[in-house]
Each structure stands twice: as structure tokens, then as C-alpha cells.
Design a protein around this ligand. Sequence first.
Ligand code: HEM
Ligand SMILES: *[C@@H]1O[C@H](CO)[C@@H](O)[C@H](O)[C@H]1NC(C)=O
Ligand SMILES: *[C@@H]1O[C@H](CO)[C@@H](O)[C@H](O)[C@H]1NC(C)=O
Ligand SMILES: *[C@@H]1O[C@H](CO)[C@@H](O)[C@H](O)[C@H]1NC(C)=O
Ligand SMILES: *[C@@H]1O[C@H](CO)[C@@H](O)[C@H](O)[C@H]1NC(C)=O
Length: 504
Amino acid sequence: MDITSFIRVNNLSFPLFLLSTISFIFFLVKQIKSLSSKSLKNLPPGPPKLPIIGNLHQVGSKPHVSTANIAREYGPLISLRFGKQLVVIASTPEAAMGVLKTQDRFLSSRVVPTAFQQPSLLPHSLIWSECNQTWKNLRTLCQTEMFSTKALEAQSILREEKIGHMLDFLHSKQGHVINIEDVVFTTLFNTLSSIIFNKDLIDLKDDYGSRDELKATLHNVIEFGGRIIDFGSFYPILERFDLHGIRKGTMKEFLKAFSYWEGIIEERRSQVNSSTWSSEQAQSFVDRLLENGFSNNQIHQLVTELFVARTNTTTSTVVWVMSELVRHQEIMSKINDEMKREIKYDKINTSHLSKLPYLQASIKEAMRLHPPVPLLLPHMAADTCEVMGYTIPKNTKVFVNLWAMGRDPKVWDDPLSFKPERFMGSRLDFKGQDFKLLPFGSGRRMCPGLPSGMKSVEFILASLIHEFNCALPNGDDPSKLDMDNKFGIAMRREKPLKLVFKRK
Ligand code: HEM
Ligand SMILES: *[C@@H]1O[C@H](CO)[C@@H](O)[C@H](O)[C@H]1NC(C)=O
Ligand SMILES: *[C@@H]1O[C@H](CO)[C@@H](O)[C@H](O)[C@H]1NC(C)=O
Ligand SMILES: *[C@@H]1O[C@H](CO)[C@@H](O)[C@H](O)[C@H]1NC(C)=O
Ligand SMILES: *[C@@H]1O[C@H](CO)[C@@H](O)[C@H](O)[C@H]1NC(C)=O
């Protein structure tokens, strides 16, 4: 039956039919509009969004800096659109508290970066899982086997040993120009591989210009794993093409890295699985994972994540502190005085670190100005909620801009000056209670590696300063040291810090 006969049969006039249809469509459109404006009306303020790309053109290669500038204009909580993805960024202590404390429950999910969207590995992720059972179990396990006081004590022997190798290496290279980032990275890498596998994976001496394949592979794994802000994911169309390539490329690197430690895992598995095994024989973290019935893929994923989360963040912290101390010789001398006063021995050990409050204040001060993870890792809204009176819709990506807070004159006096004194005699700390200073985040997603990371940072810095005088090569003027940064999994120096070490 066509429409005209339908109208005739039903005794309707065509104009009436048309009218009712049109008004029905109108009604529908109005409904949809009011629905969508209800959820969009109360978003945090932000700059106008272009069609399709939204605000992507405003982000650039330093998202922490560009979004800090936008926040200065639009306020503590801003909303941006990256392609189809709504993004909210908190840039003051109050806004950070709203996200990480008040609404922690709703805003602690994650968005999985393309590189880690691997069906065989993702279900075993600690960093990228939403706050579900997988995540809880892995965090609890790491808490007892890797970050507990007991585990940290066991690790401190390995840490002292690897730092000892680093110092020997630097003694043998006196007068040479050293890229401090490489040396620290290798040291931290080997500390972690000893903790996990009871083995050194890379050699300090191979560092200079060597094409050591394992090192290159591991760098690639960290590099891929570190692509936490992948712009492709903001466009569903791109997802099919480009992202597929990233996923495959990453998997290839992952498999190469896994092949290096698979042998170790199998060897340990046969030990742990033998009838004579008892828990006291456990030598490493992998033994504990095997005892807990972990499959190879579960081990691969966790180990990769620990390498990614630990090495670059900790390295970049050490390098930023060193940069500031080289630039401010008067502060370096004060740390030296403190050491002379408090430590009367040749070799520093873990028990000396708590006697160095001025060194600790200098580390805090460097982390304020150069937060190694300047936007935290991307959080996601598991459900719609409110922060500072604004609506954060479900599935919004949420960042906290530590860079902006650390340099905000409303938060810190004279924010651009490096003054460790501001932390002396103050209880302000980075353990997630003071929302002015959050280099490790706060709340349920807070970095679980804080105690272990800080031990390494303090120990490496204290040892370097205790044993060496260091200067820039060619007698360069330290006050002119370039302090520009580049964004990555950890915010690093744009130009590497090169130093010449001389025994004290
Ligand atoms: C100075 C060094 C470090 C800094 C500045 C740092 C900072 C951070 C930050 C900002 C986050 C994200 C918090 C959030 O998303 O809200 C994080 C997460 C994480 N960090 Fe660290 N971190 C450091 C060292 C370490 C170390 C040594 C380890 C372990 C070996 C580690 C393991 C992790 C893990 C597993 C996560 C993910 C936690 C989760 O998603 O539940 N980090 N870290
Ligand atoms: C937890 O979340 C991750 C990713 O969001 C998923 O792959 C995994 O299967 C989840 N685990 C459970 C137990 O639901
Ligand atoms: C991590 O650090 C290593 C060594 O310094 C560096 O080669 C690599 O590019 C860094 N990766 C990221 C993602 O920052
Ligand atoms: C571990 O031992 C059990 C029995 O003792 C055996 O069934 C299993 O196949 C072994 N697994 C491996 C990976 O060796
Ligand atoms: C650290 O060194 C001091 C002095 O040499 C020593 O008394 C102390 O027992 C050492 N502590 C550790 C944990 O090795």
C-alpha cells in the first residue's frame, strides 16, 4: 500500500499527514537536542572547538605547557576535545583534589594506549586495567613482593651493588665527558633486572655507541610502551589503519624482548615446579610470580610494565636534580656541607640517607619544577560525576597538570626560582596528601613504586655528590645550562646533561 492510498483508506488528508510527520520530527530533534545539551551544558570551560579536530591544533609537542597556558585563561578545570575524545585537565591543587580524592572512585579508570592493545597481554595489565579484580590482585602482589619494607630491604643489597658498579665505572672514566642519563638508566635497569630475574641484562661498558641489540630492543619496548598520548586513538577512522601498524610493530618488539628472558623464566619454572621446592629458595621476583601460578604472558606483561614505569621516571628525576645542582653551585656546596657533617665514612649506605634533609628538599624542589610525569598517566571517567560544580561525563579522559601547579605563582612564592629552603622545616611532602606537590599522583592510582623509586634517586645522588666533583665540559658556564624539556613517558631534558667527573 502506498502513502496516498493509505491516506485515502484512513480518511486522512495529505497536508494533515505531512504536518503531523513534520511536527513529530521536530519533537524528536528537540528531545535529542535537550538530551545532549543537558549532558554537555555544564562542562568545564575551555577554548572554542573546531569541527572534527576540536582542540588538537592547540596541543603541540609539549601538551603540559600548552594546556597550562590554556588553563591560565580558562581556569583550574578546563575541557578540550581531541578529535572525538573529551578531555578534562585539572591545573590547581583544589581541582587535583576534586579529581584524585573527592571523585577518585569515578575517575580512576584508564584509557589503553594503542601500543598496549594486545589481546594476549592486555588482560594481565596493572597500569592499563580499570580498577577491577585483575588490577587489585596485581597491585596487592607487587605491594607484598616488591614494595613492602621487607622486599625493599632485600633489594637494597642489589641497589648498593649496582650503584657500586656505577661509581667504579665513573672512577675509571675521570676526565671523560659522560652522558649522565645513560649511566643512570643502565644502573636502574640492571637493579630492576636483578630484582626480577636475578641477572644483569645490560652492561655499563657497552653504553657508548654500542649497538647492543638487547639494549636497543628494550629501549624500543620502553619507547612504545611510553606512547601514552597517541593521537591516532582520537579518530575512529584512523584506528583501522595506522593503529594496526603501531600494535603490530609494538608486538614485534615485545616478542624480541620476551625471547631474552623466556629462557630464564622456563629455567626458574622447572625449579619452582620441582617437588623439592620450598619458598625459602626463591631468589627473585619471577620465582614469586611462578609460585603464584603466573603464565608466561602474565609475567611478560607485568615485567614490561615495571621496566617502563620504573626506569625512565627515576632516571629523569636524577638527571633533573643534577641539572639544577650543577646550575646552582651554592646549593651543591650546602649539600656537600651537610654530607661532611652527617656522614663520616668513605662509602654511603642506605642508612645514611635519612640524615640528609637538605638533599631531600633539593629533590622535592626539582620535582616541583620538573615533574617527571607532568600530566600523570591518563585517567578515565568510569561514570559521570561532578568536580568543582562541573560535569565530567562518562568516558572523559582526565589529566592533572603538575607542571602548571608547580609553576603557578598563586600556589608557590617565586615559583620559577630553585629554592630547596622552601621545604626545610616544612612537612610538605609528595606522598599524596598535599595536593600542591603530586609527582607520584594520589588516591587509588597513586604510584606504588614511590618508596623504591625515591630510595634509588636519593642513593644515586648522594653517592655521586659524596665521591665526585662534577662540572660541565669545556668549562661551560653552569648558570647558562639549557633547561628545556621534552615530553614523553617521562619528561626528559631536551639536550642531554653531559658532565665531567673528578674524584674528591
Ligand atoms: C621517581 C620515580 C617515579 C615517579 C615520579 C613516578 C610517578 C608515577 C605517576 C605520576 C604515576 C601515575 C599516577 C596516576 O595515574 O594517577 C605512576 C604510576 C605507576 N608507577 Fe610510578 N613513578 C616513579 C617510579 C616508579 C617505580 C620505581 C615503580 C616500580 C618499579 C613504579 C611503578 C608504577 C606503576 C606500576 C604505576 C601504575 C599504577 C596504577 O595504574 O595503578 N613507579 N608513577
Ligand atoms: C580488567 O580490565 C582490563 C582492561 O580494562 C581487562 O583486559 C581485564 O580482562 C579486566 N579483568 C577483569 C577480571 O575483569
Ligand atoms: C627512556 O630512557 C632511555 C634512556 O635514557 C631513552 O633512550 C628512551 O628514549 C627513553 N624513553 C622514553 C619513552 O622516554
Ligand atoms: C608442574 O608440575 C606438575 C605436577 O607436578 C605438572 O603437571 C605440570 O605439567 C608442571 N608444569 C610445568 C610447566 O612444568
Ligand atoms: C652503614 O654504614 C655505617 C658506617 O660505616 C655502619 O655503621 C652501618 O652498619 C651501615 N649500615 C648498613 C645497613 O650497611
